[in-house]
Every structure is written in C-alpha cells, then in structure tokens.
Ligand binder design. Structure first.
Ligand SMILES: [Zn+2]
Length: 383
C-alpha cells in the first residue's frame, strides 16, 4: 500500500480488500455502494495557458513544476470516486482534480486568521451575548447557569423548544476542555429541565454553528439546544438506519460503520470513543464520532474537544458545524451519541460552499478523508 493514501485510490484499496480480507470487503459492500470512473474532456489550444496557470502544480517559489502536457492531461481526464451509504442515502463525489490541491488551505489560513481575529474584536462593541441576562430572553423555567456558560431562550425560535447556550467568552474559537465540558453540562441540564417541564419532549439535539459561514448570526460563542417530540429528520435517518440494519443483519450499524472505516484505515479511537473520517461526508473534512453521553463521559467529550481544537489550531478551520444526535431521554435502547463536525470553508471566499448538488443531488467534496485522519491521528498520538 502506498504511503500517501488517497481517496482517489479507493477502487484499488477495495480490490485489495476483496482479495485479502473477505469479511471486511463484504462488510463494506453491505453498507456502501461505490463506483470510480474517469470523465473526459478536450481543452482547446486557446484555453491551455489559462488552465496551466490555474491548475499547474507549483513549488514554494510559485514556479510551475509540471510540463504543460501533464497539466492538460490531468484536466482532460478527471477521476471521479462516487460513494453511497445504502442505509442513510448519503452520497458523495470526490474529484481527483479538487482533492489534488496541495495542503489543507495553505497560505490563505494566515490571511483568514487575521480577518477572523478582526471580526471577533469588532463585534465585541455591540454584542448582546456579552450581557445575556440583560439582552436575551429567558425560558419560562428561567436560565441554567453554568460555570462558563448560561442558557437563553431564542428570540426567533427554530422550534417550540429551541434555546441557546451562551459562552462566557465572546471569542468562539477560544475554549479549554474545562469550558467545553461546562457548555455540554449546561446544555444537558437544559434538556432535563425541558423534559421536566414538558415530558412529551424527549429528543435532545445539540448544534454548534460557529461563525457566519456556518450559519451563526452572532459572532459571540454560543450553541443551539433543542428538544423535540420526534427526532429531527437527520437524526431520524440515523435511527432508521440503525433499526433497519439490525433487522436485516442482526448487527450494530454504528459498530459496523466504524469497522468499515477501520478496514480502510480511516478511523481512530480514544478509549471506547470511536471516530472516523467519513467516506460519505456531507461536505469538507466531515468527522463522525460514536460515543457515550459526552456530558457525563470524559473520553467522549475529550475526543470531541481534541478534534475541534485540531480543526481550529492545526487545520485552520474557523467556520464549522457540529451536531450531537442523542438517544431520547430515559430511553433504554442502546443508541449511541453521534457527533458530526464539518468545515464550512473560509470567510474570505464570497461563493457559498454548498450549491444545488449538495442540496438536491450528492455532495461534491474536495478534501481527502485520508489527509484529515492522518492529521487527527497525529494529534491524538502526540498529546
Ligand atoms: Zn459577545
């Protein structure tokens, strides 16, 4: 197996598994369908210099290190890897040209860091969340006060029970494990409080939209906390997948999903908390974490925290969505806590990261899951 693994070698890897590891191969086939093809096109002479300039691989001094023929060949023949999750309907297209781009974000990270720092500083002056008790509404049962966070009702609610956990620190990117622990504990206490107040609401849902590209209207650090009678559609999809898989295979879907990624060398674990770089990511760098209740289980929240810190500090991801799908309160079923984290791109880009394909077709993704898991494995090894 080559040292620099890539999702673009997916078909070779699958064929290798088919020959050498029948049980993992059939597990992969049970969960996913996959296909890998080359799309061809012709570059006219008049477009060649533009293509060379835009797509030619460069050295550190910005000199193109490929021949024009090599560049044109790469553009004229583009490999596409398609992967579908049979149980959830999630589906992703990886394109060699997109995932080929060197580095994670390269020199743009420093520029964006400066921009984000300015945005955070400037927004301090007119921030309602810096004084939550004065400038945010409270729930009918009052507020949950943590050590480093406090709850507030949502001025414009998503749903009947939809509130916020507001961090003490204005800067959403600056948080320690102790602070993150407190954000979770405050959130989970709120879930209990809602359930006590309104017992038919049993499904907790936790979301963190960090910075505007991830959908946050306020820069100040905060998470969305919701309780519903029925699970939200995305959570329902996971529950259905889990139940149908059990019915048809008598196995645990999430354990098998982890094992499938493990056989592809895309997984890692921290104690009994499992995680992997998803081969059907909704968008860039999606990580899925399978754990126990992160508000009470140390390894679970430590894993989420370390992955988040690695996204921010190592990969330069400042706009992200994080969601925690939870089993219903007081539920006896062994449904795990599923945390997903996804990069929503740079604030310096004016184009949205999601278009019609992601909304109505399949996700088109550039970042290679092999590069992401390599960075995360290193982060977990060195601490
Ligand atoms: Zn603030």
């Amino acid at each position: 197996m080559v040292d620099e693994s890539s999702i673009m070698d997916f078909d070779n890897r699958i064929q290798y598994l088919r020959r050498t590891d029948e049980s993992n191969y059939s597990l992969l086939e049970r969960i996913f369908s996959f296909d890998s093809q080359t799309g061809s096109q012709v570059i006219p002479q008049s477009l060649r210099s533009k293509v060379l300039n835009y797509f030619g691989r460069r050295d550190s001094s910005r000199n193109i290190i490929e021949t024009p023929e090599e560049v044109v060949e790469r553009i004229e023949k583009q490999k596409i890897v398609k992967i579908n999750n049979i149980w959830t309907g999630e589906s992703t297209l990886f394109n060699s040209l997109r995932s080929d781009r060197p580095g994670i974000r390269g020199s743009d990270v420093e520029k964006e860091k400066k921009y984000v720092h300015g945005l955070i500083e400037d927004s301090k002056n007119v921030c309602d969340f810096c004084h939550p008790e004065k400038y945010t509404p409270e729930d009918v049962f009052g507020r949950i006060q943590g050590k480093h966070s406090i709850t507030a009702a949502n001025l414009a609610k998503y749903d009947v029970w939809s509130s916020l956990v507001i961090f003490e620190d204005h800067n959403p990117l600056k948080f320690t494990l102790d602070e993150f622990d407190d954000y979770l504990k405050t959130s989970f206490q709120w879930f209990e409080a809602v359930n006590n107040n309104d017992p038919q609401f049993t499904y907790p849902f936790f979301i963190w939209n960090c910075l505007p590209r991830a959908g946050a209207s306020q820069v100040h650090g905060h998470c969305q906390i919701l309780m519903s009678k029925e699970p939200y559609a995305g959570v329902q999809t996971l529950i259905k997948a889990y139940q149908n898989y059990k019915k048809e295979n008598s196995d645990d879907y999430f354990q098998d999903l982890y094992q499938a990624h493990r056989s592809l060398e895309l997984s890692h674990k921290n104690g009994d908390t499992l995680f992997f770089a998803n081969i059907t990511p909704i968008k860039e760098k999606e990580i899925v974490i399978i754990s126990r209740d992160p508000s009470t289980n140390y390894k679970s929240r430590e894993t989420i925290f370390k992955i988040l810190r690695c996204f921010i500090d190592v990969m330069g991801v400042f706009n992200f969505n994080l969601s925690i799908s939870c089993p219903p309160i007081n539920n006896q079923e062994k449904f795990p806590y599923i945390t997903r984290i996804v990069d929503r791109g740079s604030l310096l880009k004016s184009t949205a990261d999601m278009g019609g394909m992601e909304l109505y077709g399949s996700s088109v993704v550039a970042d290679d899951p092999y590069k992401i898991i390599k960075i995360l494995k290193y982060a977990f090894k060195t601490e």
